[in-house]
Design a protein around this ligand. Structure first.
Ligand SMILES: NC(=O)c1ccc[n+]([C@@H]2O[C@H](COP(=O)([O-])OP(=O)(O)OC[C@H]3O[C@@H](n4cnc5c(N)ncnc54)[C@H](O)[C@@H]3O)[C@@H](O)[C@H]2O)c1
Length: 406
């Protein structure tokens, strides 16, 4: 492992995922826990120059005025997760990292998210150029104050409503002109992405928000030599779909319908209970089955908000399929997972892998990270095993050629 002072900047820092990342990093630093659940801790990555998560310093933006101790304590009490002695042991580090979090921006993130905001002027309309400049000031101040040698930005904020692209989003020159005007042309998630990429920082979008999935922002990443990964972490029902659908292909069973019913009780679920936010999530969840099968069966997906479940999400899926001699059969599964605990290690993996790629001189989209996402940018492959093969191949190539020239 490599030891460098590394900054991890989370957009949506105090959310369930952000707070679990914070507790996880603090617990790793204190040697209270191990790297179980980190993909980058697999033997495959032995001898890769990945950064030690114990060296990470955390900062970020949020639109709610709170702190890590309060958020982690709330998860502990409501969802009955995390050991209380670990919370106590990590308190000092969590307090230090809370002081690195700055008020964020949500002017163009839709009404449901604006209603969460209680810090600074998060939801007040402001020129996009001013927002980008303030985000960059916050990032640079974090880097300098903590004497960081490198940093990555990961978006873990609430799901914004879908944002349709127009011709202006396909040209960086035109988008730059538009952003310096007074009209809103990008959602907040893309302003954060812009700020990070423009500083040449690796950027990962763990959410269904638009973020850097804008052709003009890819141009910016190439210009500034920054790497991009996204979109929407694959942690639960969609992960299982991408693992199970290849089975139906391999056995030549025809899937007639695949019904997915998701129930979730945390703040993410509350935001997704708003139709315009939910439709953005359903878009990233809906592609996987047809892409893997090569045809489109009936694939209804629903997401219900059930507050009593808190951070525990349940998915029930029914797969109805046709076997030999037209005999119809079915498979059902129930998945019960702790939302934040499934996501947090992947955020650490993605930060480590994005920093590794950036350090090697790679630029733009990182296709080998497709297995981490529901809607991988720049990759049409959804079969988990084929996606994982991309990652394995990347690691093998990396061990044979330490750096990329560009
Ligand atoms: N947990 C998982 O398994 C999983 C999987 C895939 C994707 N995601 C996505 O990750 C995101 C975070 O999930 P969560 O459970 O932590 O949600 P959460 O609601 O607990 O946390 C989101 C945080 O983002 C903050 N926020 C909202 N808009 C912001 C903005 N414009 N700027 C800065 N901060 C902002 C909120 O105040 C909140 O603290 C969601 O978009 C979710 O869909 C989660």
């Amino acid at each position: 492992m490599t030891h460098r002072r590394t900054g991890l900047w989370l957009i949506g820092a105090f959310g369930g995922v952000g707070s679990t990342v914070a507790l996880g990093l603090a617990a790793l630093r204190q040697k209270l826990t191990d790297c179980n659940s980190l993909v980058t801790a697999l033997p495959l990555f032995r001898d890769c120059p990945l950064d030690d998560p114990s060296d990470f310093v955390l900062g970020g933006h949020d639109i709610r005025r709170t702190d890590y101790v309060r958020e982690v304590q709330a998860l502990h009490e409501r969802a009955n997760i995390f050991r209380s002695d670990w919370l106590k042991a990590c308190r000092l580090i969590l307090n230090e990292w809370s002081s690195n979090v700055r008020p964020g921006f949500a002017a163009d993130s839709g009404a449901a998210i604006a209603a969460l905001a209680d810090w600074g002027e998060a939801a007040a309309p402001k020129p996009a150029a001013d927002i980008i400049a303030q985000i960059q000031t916050d990032l640079l101040e974090f880097r300098d104050r903590n004497a960081l040698e490198q940093m990555a930005v990961v978006h873990v904020a609430s799901t914004e409503p879908a944002f349709p692209l127009e011709t202006i989003h396909f040209s960086l020159t035109r988008l730059k002109t538009a952003v310096s005007g007074s009209q809103s042309v990008l959602p907040s998630s893309s302003l954060y992405a812009w700020a990070a990429l423009d500083l040449g920082l690796p950027y990962v979008n763990f959410t269904p928000c638009l973020g850097a999935s804008v052709p003009a922002l890819l141009e910016l990443a190439l210009e500034r030599k920054a790497v991009i990964a996204g979109q929407d972490g694959k942690t639960g029902e969609t992960l299982l779909k991408s693992v199970l659908a290849p089975l139906f292909v391999a056995r030549n069973w025809q899937v007639l319908s695949w019904v997915g019913h998701n129930v979730i009780g945390n703040r993410d679920g509350m935001i997704l209970d708003h139709q315009e936010n939910k439709s953005a999530k359903l878009q990233t969840k809906s592609k996987v089955i047809a892409e893997i099968l090569g045809y489109q069966p009936q694939t209804p997906v629903s997401i219900e908000y059930c507050p009593s479940l808190d951070d525990w999400k349940t998915a029930w899926d029914l797969i109805h399929f046709r076997g030999f001699l037209d005999v119809k059969m079915s498979l059902q599964f129930t998945w019960q997972g702790c939302d934040s605990v499934l996501a947090a290690p992947l955020v650490l993996d993605l930060a480590r892998l994005a920093l590794l790629a950036q350090g090697r001189g790679e630029v733009g989209i990182l296709p080998h990270l497709a297995c981490f996402f529901k809607n991988p940018v720049g990759v049409v492959e959804h079969d988990f095993f084929k996606q994982f093969t991309l990652l394995e191949q990347y690691v093998r190539d990396l061990k044979n050629s330490p750096a990329v020239s560009n």
